[in-house]
Design a protein around this ligand. Structure first.
Ligand SMILES: NC(=O)c1ccc[n+]([C@@H]2O[C@H](COP(=O)([O-])OP(=O)(O)OC[C@H]3O[C@@H](n4cnc5c(N)ncnc54)[C@H](O)[C@@H]3O)[C@@H](O)[C@H]2O)c1
Length: 431
């Protein structure tokens, strides 16, 4: 595997709450002002060999990952404010902390966005590229990336969509091959939203791409073709943070104990810009699809019709400005046990959206770079751990159970280093 020498460029599409909390967090950790809590690459360990061997290195000592000092940040946004102003605006991190990071954050000024309000109806911006066709816009992005690489003397780059959730788009003819996608870009096909133009630029240049929002973006046959052809790792969709994280922790537990489910009602109140965008029914539909699929896959109603054949699942997101980024996720579960006797579980998760998302962005940057250096390409299913709606090839259903996802991730790391897989069978301890 190629060693992570030199600088790693991190290109973020969207310089909003998640991106600025991620960048500021990395700078804070570098200065010893905080710990990278929630990040597997920074704090996680991996067991090797038998339990009796007590070999549990840190993941960062086991596989060769880029270190924080090697990261260089760049971004695009339709608002021209720098990362410091954007972080202040997002209101996630305290003013005192941000002041200490001001010199580093002020240097990050977003490039002009590829943006069309048709795909994110609640936003209007002026810091936007004006080329006539989607094809020309992609060429401008390619120039931006090349300039960014040259200016910062970068060895490698990764790109992460941290932009707003676009309206729901179903896969259609134009998405089916690289040839039809390129023709569609030249003809301004309306089924090609801004996010696909960024993904095209990235994959064309061999840059790994992760999609942190539920938009279709890179999850189309045309991009699978390009990713395989250009040997680029891709993954998505939609960071698995607050409520869905809880769901994918709890649902496997209910299923493990064969407890039935008659209903799961989830509602969120949040007041950041993400909440405002999701207040638009068309953007919400994209998010809803992503959040709803989780339970079906984990609980397998077709395998357990008595337990999960008829549960009612509802997800709501309500824009409520006073809460800003501090989302409240309420869940009510109606479950049933022995002889069908009903019970209830209530969860009230007072979470912080971007605080939960930032470590995922960091891990995805470092793991995608690792995957690229290891010669892996196409869909990186081992990174499903990070997503609400993990990408898989068409013939495969996604794995949503957080614990299976984690085992898959760690076994992939063991595989990369030629270490034995851990099955947890453990019979040999008793021989
Ligand atoms: N826990 C979480 O925060 C979480 C979890 C899962 C998914 N997400 C998704 O991550 C994304 C970012 O969340 P956020 O809270 O940072 O939102 P945000 O609204 O604070 O930031 C998004 C930024 O993207 C910019 N943007 C939108 N379209 C763009 C384009 N075409 N080009 C460049 N910039 C563009 C917006 O101007 C904004 O500054 C959202 O789609 C959200 O749904 C967030």
């Amino acid at each position: 595997m190629v060693e992570p020498k030199g600088k790693l460029g991190v290109l973020l599409i969207g310089l909003g709450a998640v991106s600025t909390t991620f960048i500021a967090g990395v700078e804070a950790v570098k200065k010893g002002l905080g710990d990278p809590i929630g990040s597997l690459t920074q704090m996680g360990t991996i067991r090797l060999g038998k339990r009796t061997e007590k070999k549990i290195p840190k993941i960062s000592d086991f596989v060769s990952l880029a270190v924080l000092d090697q990261l260089v940040f760049g971004a695009w946004d339709l608002f021209s404010e720098d990362a410091y102003a954007a972080a202040v605006n997002a209101g996630v991190l305290e003013a005192d902390l941000l002041k200490q990071l001001k010199p580093e954050l002020e240097k990050i000024r977003p490039m002009k966005a590829v943006f069309d309000t048709r795909y994110v109806k609640r936003l209007q911006g002026t810091h936007v590229k004006q080329d006539k066709t989607k094809w020309e816009l992609a060429q401008r992005l390619i120039e931006d990336i090349e300039q960014f690489k040259e200016d910062n003397d970068l060895e490698r780059t990764v790109m992460i969509w941290c932009g707003s959730t676009e309206i729901f788009i179903s896969p259609s003819g134009v998405h089916q091959s690289l040839e039809s996608l390129e023709a569609g870009m030249k003809g301004n096909d309306e089924n090609i939203p801004s996010s696909m133009i960024y993904a095209y630029a990235a994959l064309k240049l061999g840059i790994p791409f992760a999609n942190g929002a539920p938009n279709l973006t890179v999850d189309i046959p045309a991009f699978l073709e390009l990713a395989e052809g250009n040997q680029v790792p891709i993954c998505g969709k939609d960071f698995k943070t607050g409520q869905t994280l809880m769901k994918t922790i709890l649902a496997p537990g209910l299923k493990a104990r064969l407890l039935g489910l008659s209903g799961w009602f989830s509602t969120n109140i949040l007041g950041n810009r993400d909440g405002e965008v999701l207040d638009d029914p068309e953007s919400f539909k994209t998010k809803e699809e992503s959040k709803l699929s989780v339970l079906e896959y984990i609980l397998q109603p077709e395998v357990y019709p008595q337990l999960y054949g008829d549960f009612y699942h509802k997800v709501r997101i309500n824009y409520y400005p006073p809460r800003r980024d501090n989302k409240e996720g309420w869940d009510n579960l109606d479950i049933f046990g022995w002889l069908g006797y009903p019970m209830q579980i209530k969860i009230d998760f007072l979470c912080r959206d971007s605080i939960l998302a930032a470590p995922l962005v960091l891990d995805l940057v470092l793991f995608l770079d690792l995957a690229k250096r290891a010669g892996m390409s196409g869909i990186q299913e081992w990174l499903s751990f990070y997503f609400k709606s993990p990408m898989t090839p068409p013939e495969l259903y996604p794995e949503h159970d957080l614990f299976i996802q984690l085992m898959k991730l760690k076994n992939t790391l063991r595989f990369m280093r030629g270490e034995e897989q851990i099955t947890h069978l453990g019979m040999d301890y008793y021989e």
